[in-house]
Write a protein that binds this ligand. Structure first.
Ligand SMILES: Nc1ncnc2c1ncn2[C@@H]1O[C@H](COP(=O)(O)OP(=O)(O)OP(=O)(O)O)[C@@H](O)[C@H]1O
Ligand SMILES: [Mg+2]
Length: 534
C-alpha cells in the first residue's frame, strides 16, 4: 500500500456484502491506504448466520438479521479507530450493499437516527428501530405468488421488463415488500421507511434516511428505468402509499449531505466529509473495475454475476437492465447465478478435503473439455436458468451418477463458466478479439479457476489488485461524486486508476474445444430445465 502524506485527503468505500462488511480507503492518487473487514459468521457468532444468512425451514425464505449489519459497522469503525485510521482526512465516502435486500425501519426510527449519542454504539441505540428484524436478502426465492400478481398487474412479464428492466424476480425488493405486507401486516403497518441494504448503509452514515439511488433501485421491479422515477403502476400493485415509504430516488452520483454529527463526534470524521449515495454491489463493482464498453466483468463472490455497460436498454425475459451507477444516461446489463462460491466450496469439501490447493491441482491435472463430461450443479434453485439439482452427462450425453474427484472439480467449474457464456451470449453479448474479461470477487484470487474462465470465454482475463471491486468502486464513486455535478465523467476522473492486469490467456486449443461444447451444453441445459419442471 502506498504511503500517504499525513494530511492528504482520503476517500472511503464500504461494502455491506452477503458474508462480510468491508472497507477500503484510497488517497488522492487512488492508491489503497487502508483495508478492513468484519466476517459475520465468525466475528458476530451471536447472530448464528451461515454465510451471512439464515435459510428458513421452507428452504425458500432467506434472511439476514439487520442488527448484525449495524453491529458489524460498530465493530469495523472501532477497529479502524484503534488502528489509528485518519477519519478526519476523509473528504467523501460512499458504499455498496448486496442488491435487493430490504430494511424496514420502525415508526420513530428517523428521530432516533438524528439523536444518536456519541457515547454509545449504533447497535445499542438502534435495537428497537426496525419493524422487521430479519431482512429478506437476494438469496430468497419465496415470493412466487407476489411475482405472478405483479406481472399480471403490469400486463405480462415482458411489459414489466420493459418498464423496470427485469421480469418479476422473487428476490426483487418490490415482491419482498408485497410479501411482508401480506404475511406480517402489523409489522408492515409499523414501518415508516423502507431502505435497500445500500441506502440503509448510507442512512447510518448520514444520520437520516438516505435516498435509494437509480442503479440499485433498478433491482426492485418498481423503478421505471427510462424515466428514472418510481413506476406508479408497479407501486400501486405492491402496496398503498408506497412512495412515501420509499422516498424519492436519486442519481447514483448525488452528494446526500455531510456525515452525521454522531460519527463526527464518535470517530473524528470532519464536518465537511460528504456522503455520496450508496449503490448496489454489482453497480459499484462496475465502477471499481472502470469498465469500458466492450469489457465484460465476472464477479465470483457468494453468487457469480456477469455485467457490462450498455448505452441503450434492451430488456428481455432473462437477465436485468439497471441504470448505470456512473453515467447519467447510461445503463448496465447483469446476469446473476446463485450457485457460485458456495457450490464450489461444497465440491471442494467433498472432493478436495476442504483445500483450495487440491481443488486447483485438480483443474491443472485435467484436460480442457474434461473428456466430454458436462455437469450442472444447482445445489439450490438457480436463477439463471431456473433449474435445480445435480446433473452429470458423459461424452455421449448419457446421464451418470458420479465421477472421480478430479473430473468432478473440472466439470463443476467448466459447467459454471459454460453457463455464464451461454447466457451472456443470449443477452446479446459477443466475445470478439478485443474482449477483456475482468474478474473480481473472492474466487478471483484462484488462478486455476480464472484459467478455466479464460479458456471457456476464449478471452484474456484481467484482475485488479483488490479482489473486492465493489468496495474500491465505492471509494472511487465517493471521489467522483464531489465533481459529478460539474459534468466531469467518471472515467475521466478515474483515468489514473491502476489498470487491471492480465492474469490468464486462453489456451490455443480452447476455441476448438469450447465452441463445440457450448452447443452440447445448451441442449443439455434444455433437458435439465425440463426435468426441473417435473
Ligand atoms: N482461493 C480461493 N479459491 C476459490 N474461491 C475462493 C478462494 N478464496 C475465497 N474464495 C471464495 O470467495 C467467496 C467470498 O467471496 P466475496 O468476498 O467476493 O463474497 P461477498 O462479497 O460476501 O459475496 P457477494 O458479493 O455475492 O455478496 C467465499 O465464499 C469463497 O468460496
Ligand atoms: Mg461482494
Amino acid at each position: 500500500m502506498a504511503a500517504a502524506e499525513p494530511d492528504s485527503p482520503l476517500y472511503l468505500g464500504l461494502d455491506f456484502s452477503t458474508q462480510q462488511l468491508k472497507a477500503v480507503a484510497v488517497d488522492g492518487d487512488l492508491g489503497p491506504v487502508h483495508q478492513d473487514s468484519v466476517q459475520f459468521d465468525s466475528e458476530l457468532p451471536e447472530f448464528r448466520t451461515q454465510g451471512g444468512v439464515h435459510i428458513h425451514p421452507d428452504g425458500l425464505t432467506v434472511t439476514s438479521p439487520v442488527l448484525m449489519w449495524v453491529k458489524a459497522l460498530d465493530l469495523l469503525l472501532d477497529r479502524m479507530k484503534a488502528a489509528g485510521f485518519g477519519f478526519s482526512r476523509v473528504r467523501a465516502l460512499s458504499g455498496s450493499g448486496q442488491q435487493h435486500g430490504a430494511v424496514f425501519w420502525r415508526t420513530g426510527a428517523a428521530r432516533t437516527l438524528t439523536q444518536l449519542d456519541p457515547g454509545q454504539n449504533l447497535h445499542q441505540q438502534l435495537t428497537d428501530s426496525f419493524s422487521v428484524q430479519d431482512s429478506p436478502v437476494w438469496m430468497d426465492s419465496s415470493t412466487g405468488p407476489q411475482c405472478d400478481a405483479l406481472q399480471e398487474a403490469a400486463g405480462g412479464a415482458m411489459r414489466l421488463a420493459d418498464i423496470t428492466g427485469s421480469r418479476a424476480y422473487e428476490r426483487f425488493t418490490g415482491n419482498q415488500i408485497s410479501k411482508v405486507r401480506q404475511t406480517r401486516p402489523d409489522q408492515f403497518q409499523d414501518t415508516e421507511r423502507i431502505s435497500l441494504v445500500s441506502s440503509f448503509g448510507a442512512s447510518l452514515f448520514l444520520g437520516r434516511y438516505a435516498a435509494i439511488d437509480y442503479s440499485d433501485g433498478s433491482g426492485m421491479n418498481l423503478l421505471d428505468i427510462r424515466d428514472r422515477m418510481w413506476s406508479q403502476l408497479c407501486l400501486d400493485a405492491t402496496a398503498a402509499n408506497l412512495e412515501r415509504l420509499l422516498g424519492e430516488p436519486c442519481p447514483s452520483t448525488a452528494v446526500l449531505g455531510p456525515v452525521s454529527s454522531f460519527l463526527q463526534h464518535r470517530y473524528g470524521f470532519s464536518g465537511s466529509c460528504s456522503v455520496v449515495a450508496f449503490t448496489g454491489d454489482n453497480p459499484a463493482s462496475l465502477a471499481g473495475m472502470c469498465l469500458h464498453q466492450g469489457d465484460i466483468a465476472v464477479s465470483l463472490g457468494t453468487s457469480d454475476t456477469l455485467f457490462l455497460s450498455l448505452s441503450e436498454p434492451r430488456p428481455s425475459l432473462e437477465g436485468h437492465v439497471f441504470c448505470s451507477p456512473v453515467e447519467p444516461d447510461g445503463f448496465m446489463a447483469l446476469l446473476c447465478f446463485k450457485n457460485g462460491s458456495l457450490t464450489r466450496e461444497r465440491v471442494r469439501d467433498r472432493c478436495c478435503s476442504g483445500s483450495w490447493d487440491v481443488f486447483s491441482q485438480a483443474l491443472d491435472r485435467t484436460p480442457l473439455g474434461n473428456h466430454g463430461n458436462i455437469g450442472f450443479y444447482f445445489d439450490t434453485m438457480e436463477i439463471t436458468p431456473p433449474a435445480v439439482g445435480l446433473h452429470r452427462f458423459d461424452a455421449n450425453d448419457r446421464q451418470v451418477s458420479s465421477w472421480s474427484p478430479e473430473l468432478e472439480v473440472r466439470a463443476l467449474v467448466e459447467g459454471q463458466f459454460l453457463s455464464r457464456r451461454l447466457h451472456a451470449e443470449r443477452l446479446g453479448y459477443s466475445i470478439g478479439s478485443g474482449t477483456r474479461v475482468l474478474a473480481t470477487g473472492g474466487a478471483s484470487a484462484n488462478r486455476q479457476i480464472l484459467q478455466v474462465l479464460s479458456d471457456v470465454f476464449n478471452a484474456p482475463v484481467y484482475t485488479i489488485d483488490l479482489s473486492d471491486s465493489a468496495c474500491l468502486g465505492s471509494a472511487y464513486r465517493a471521489l467522483h461524486g464531489l465533481v459529478a455535478d460539474s459534468g466531469v465523467s467518471f472515467l475521466d476522473q478515474l483515468r489514473n486508476a491502476p489498470e487491471p492486469q492480465q492474469v490468464c490467456r486462453p489456451h490455443r486449443s480452447a476455441p476448438q474445444v469450447y465452441d463445440l461444447m457450448l452447443r452440447r451444453f445448451a441442449e443439455l441445459e434444455q433437458k435439465v430445465l425440463e426435468k426441473s419442471r417435473i
